[in-house]
Design a protein around this ligand. Structure first.
Ligand code: ATP
Ligand code: MG
Length: 217
């Protein structure tokens, strides 16, 4: 029988390219499962069948010219479907949901990176999420060069990864600015050269929150 928390828990991992989101979330999910929690591991973009097609349009199809507004709406369309089809149903059955990237990425990439209006993004994002907000967001902060090099060693560059160094610097600074604006929800973890050390910090944040949730009604 999975351990039940008194409330469902929605945890997101964020950070620039190659910051270790997938690496850290996989370890976290493994630990939570072996500790008996009922866990759903998912990711954006592409957490649904529709989303996987949208992901392809956003990240892979170099032959499609993507307007900035269209890019924003595609990310939000992916999110709307993901929230409704996957995340809410899992939370309703009391699962711990671990998601690689969620709406903070849109504020960092389309807001700070592309320079789109943050107020506009907030409005569109609220429609997509229906107001759903993560209980905890781990921001894996890595310098741009290191992150892009790690991502490049892992897979061929996608549309986002091919953007300029300047874009990625703005994304990183954007993420840090967002963390300053929401210090209770967004916890910054500095990524070093040792995935184990980074994971220790991630686990501390997540299990700290779980302990607080166990204790509260
Ligand atoms: N702290 C670390 N030290 C050294 N290598 C790391 C560290 N964290 C992750 N890596 C390595 O960097 C690469 C990228 O990590 P990962 O794919 O988890 O990042 P990501 O944030 O999910 O990237 P993407 O933005 O492409 O989804 C992987 O090969 C991973 O093993
Ligand atoms: Mg990843």
């Amino acid at each position: 029988m999975p351990k039940n928390l008194r409330r469902a828990l929605f945890i997101t991992l964020e950070g620039p390219e190659g910051s270790g989101k997938s690496t850290q979330s996989r370890r976290l999910v493994d630990d939570l499962l072996s500790d008996g929690y009922d866990v759903l591991h998912t990711a954006e973009p592409g957490g649904t069948a529709l989303g996987r097609r949208i992901r392809d349009m956003l990240l892979q199809k170099d032959d499609i010219r993507l307007d900035e507004q269209a890019e924003l709406f595609l990310f939000e369309a992916d999110r709307a479907q993901h929230v409704e089809e996957v995340i809410i149903p899992a939370l309703e059955t009391g699962k711990v949901v671990i998601c690689d990237r969620f709406n903070t990425a849109t504020f960092a990439y389309q807001g700070y990176g592309l320079g789109m209006d943050l107020g506009l993004i907030e409005k569109v994002d609220r429609v997509a999420t229906g107001g759903l907000c993560p209980n905890l967001t781990i921001l894996l902060d890595v310098d741009v060069e290191t992150g892009l090099a790690r991502a490049a060693a892992e897979h061929p560059a996608d549309r986002m990864e091919k953007r300029s160094r300047d874009f990625h610097e703005k994304v990183r600074r954007g993420y840090l600015a967002l963390a300053e604006r929401s210090p209770d929800r967004i916890k910054v973890v500095k990524v070093g050269d040792d995935p184990d050390g980074t994971y220790g910090l991630v686990k501390e944040q997540v299990y700290g929150l779980i302990e607080r949730y166990k204790g509260s009604e």
